[in-house]
Write a protein that binds this ligand. Structure first.
Ligand code: DGT
Ligand code: CA
Ligand code: CA
Ligand code: ZN
Length: 577
């Protein structure tokens, strides 16, 4: 294959992210955000960036200006970037590895590198454990404990990837395999089929009249950097991004049982196997077999396995042994919200704050997705880093949205909104007079993550006490694989939300998925309603909604639990009622 297509979007983005990090460490202003914005756009782009570069249409990628476009061309053509190499040489070695850890800024990283010769996270861990860091000026014993905690979080990050980054790659492989004439069935399996928030490795299952050919195609797919094991029934490869993908080719008559087995989870399988054993049957990846007669009861299709065990079909998202097998037996499984049930996106950013596109562009993209409405929720002023809107600018934006809605007459509506900040004591950083003018008010915690559980809980409940607040944004503040949630008494928050009619957000941004599946289910048990928002910063990010729906499904939610499955006319009746 030509060298151009060997760089994946994620690898290109990784280089731009590193440039941003190094520029930031150097204290350069504005440029880091530009690189980061471009990187973010590229990693969520469904098309191949190399392909786009080849077609000469990089300027159509959101967030990519002329200068960065040139850098991207160099990356996809040569696989590296001279600018990055020169930045690396200017700074003490290894600082960019250190600043990736939560809580280590540029100053600290440079001090650690210069004073203690720390070049890597491993060096840092050893130094923190040996108590060598506390004596540096500006560091303390407590810093060492914080550093070790950040390292623990980042270690899980190395082993697992975000669903949102892996799913497009996995689907691409699935598509390429299913286009082979000899292939009859292909399915994703494992955690990716269950749409778990993070993925260890990708599992794919196929049937084919020519397994050898399938394995050959698979082992030589663009993006494959290493073949770990190759056989007629199973081949494992590692992609250039470090992701492992396992392909199993099974016989047609075993496909259903294999799909059931390799979809997992392991815990779900154990619960299933117990049911089989109780009937003197055996369940494994080859089928469901009656041990007394030797007869095969099911195996070719997955639904047959569930049916034979007197279970309703269990959606993959539920297969975690969290009561789904019992519910399937009792016929009490929820009818999960569908991936196509969302009628609008209630958390969207635009160029007015730190997004890439205009209100009209976001509306146009939302229309193309079949939505009936979107809520523009740019940041409010207190969040300086995100170029938040002053009350005056927000009023301007409300007028602009009114103008846009008047100009369009196709039934699509742009709602005016904000993502305002919940202050340290629960106050909202916009006056009531401005909030009263908005359709949707998402209130989020963006600062003071270190408060005690009591303070944080009171703070969020106080924010909901403001009559204008309709949704609590990303309610636990976690960043997957990077930042732990803040401490907060969720049952208390959920009770208050249910009583006040404030919705809890499931933020669909791949790195957030906040509320999580487990917390969403808990919230639902407390009678809370939900709002799904992509938190999109550009047009492409609107597609992240899918991951929010996946999280909702994993949290056992139905369409009725989610406000934005309703038509626009019903929203005012639901929000704050
Ligand atoms: P991951 O890759 O860590 O995100 O999670 P999974 O669930 O994809 O796990 P993986 O790739 O190790 O295995 C795929 C599926 O194969 C798993 O969900 C269930 C099945 N499986 C693997 N090992 C076992 C096992 O020891 N017992 C049972 N019952 N099932 C297993
Ligand atoms: Ca897996
Ligand atoms: Ca696997
Ligand atoms: Zn936010």
């Amino acid at each position: 294959m030509e060298s151009l297509s060997r760089m994946t979007n994620i690898e290109v983005a990784a280089i731009l992210y590193e440039v941003a990090d190094l520029l930031e460490i150097k204290g350069v202003r504005f440029k880091p955000q530009a690189y980061r914005r471009a990187a973010q756009a590229i990693e969520t782009l469904p098309e191949d960036i190399g392909e786009i570069a080849r077609k000469g249409s990089l300027d159509e990628v959101p967030g990519v200006g002329k200068s960065i476009a040139g850098k991207i061309r160099e990356i996809v053509e040569t696989g590296s970037l001279a600018y990055l190499s020169s930045l690396r040489e200017e700074l003490p070695e290894g600082v960019q590895h250190l600043t990736r850890l939560e809580g280590i800024g540029p100053k600290k990283a440079i001090a650690l590198s210069r004073e203690l010769g720390i070049r890597s996270v491993a060096d840092l861990e050893a130094a923190a454990k040996a108590g060598r860091i506390r004596d540096l000026p500006g560091f303390a014993e407590k810093t060492e404990a914080n550093i070790l905690a950040s390292i623990r979080v980042s270690k899980t990050a190395e082993e697992r990837r975000l669903l949102g980054y892996i799913l497009p790659i996995a689907r691409d492989i699935e598509r390429r395999l299913s286009s082979l004439p000899s292939v009859r069935r292909v399915s994703l399996a494992g955690s990716i089929r269950r749409r778990k928030e993070t993925i260890g490795d990708v599992d794919i299952l196929a049937t084919s009249s020519r397994p050898e050919e399938v394995m050959e195609v698979f082992a030589t797919l663009p993006g494959v950097s290493r073949v770990l094991a190759r056989g007629m029934t199973k081949t494992s490869v590692v992609l250039a991004t470090g992701v492992q993908v396992d392909l199993r080719v099974v016989e047609e008559r075993h496909f259903g049982a294999a799909l059931q087995y390799f979809t997992g989870s392991k815990e779900h399988n154990i619960a299933m196997r117990k049911l089989a054993i109780a009937r003197n049957w055996r369940l494994n990846e080859y089928g469901l077999v009656d041990l007394s007669s030797g007869r095969t009861i099911a195996g070719e299709d997955e639904a047959g396995v569930y049916r034979a065990l007197d279970l309703a079909w269990i959606e993959p998202e539920l297969r975690e042994d969290r009561g789904e097998v019992e519910a399937a037996r009792a016929g009490t499984l929820p009818k999960l919200v569908g991936y196509d049930a969302i009628r609008g996106d209630l958390h969207v950013h635009t160029r007015w704050s730190e997004g890439t596109h205009s209100i009209e562009e976001m509306a146009e993209a939302a229309r193309a997705l079949g939505y009936e409405y979107i809520a523009i929720c740019d940041h409010a002023e207190a969040l300086h880093i995100a170029r938040g809107l002053s009350p005056e600018r927000l009023v301007d934006q409300v007028r602009e949205i009114e103008r846009i809605n008047r100009a369009a007459d196709d039934g699509f509506t742009v709602l005016s909104g904000t993502e305002c900040n919940i202050g340290m004591d629960g106050n909202i950083d916009l006056p009531d007079s401005v909030l009263a003018d908005l359709d949707v008010v998402v209130a989020s915690v963006h600062s003071g993550f270190k408060q005690s559980e009591e303070e944080m809980t009171e703070r969020v409940i106080a924010a909901m006490g403001n009559d204008h607040v309709t949704i609590i944004g990303h309610p636990t503040g976690r960043i997957l694989l990077s930042r732990e949630p803040y401490r907060i008494d969720l049952p208390a928050v959920f009770d208050a939300a249910a009583a006040l009619g404030v919705a809890m957000e499931i933020n669909a941004f791949p790195g957030r998925l906040d509320l999580s599946d487990v917390n969403a289910r808990l919230a639902c048990e407390h009678g809370v309603s939900f709002s799904l928002g992509s938190d999109a910063h550009n047009r492409k990010n609107l597609c992240s909604m899918e991951f929010g729906v996946a999280t909702a499904r994993r949290g056992w939610l139905t369409a009725a639990d989610i406000v934005n499955t309703r038509p626009l006319s019903e929203l005012p009746l639901i929000l704050r009622s």
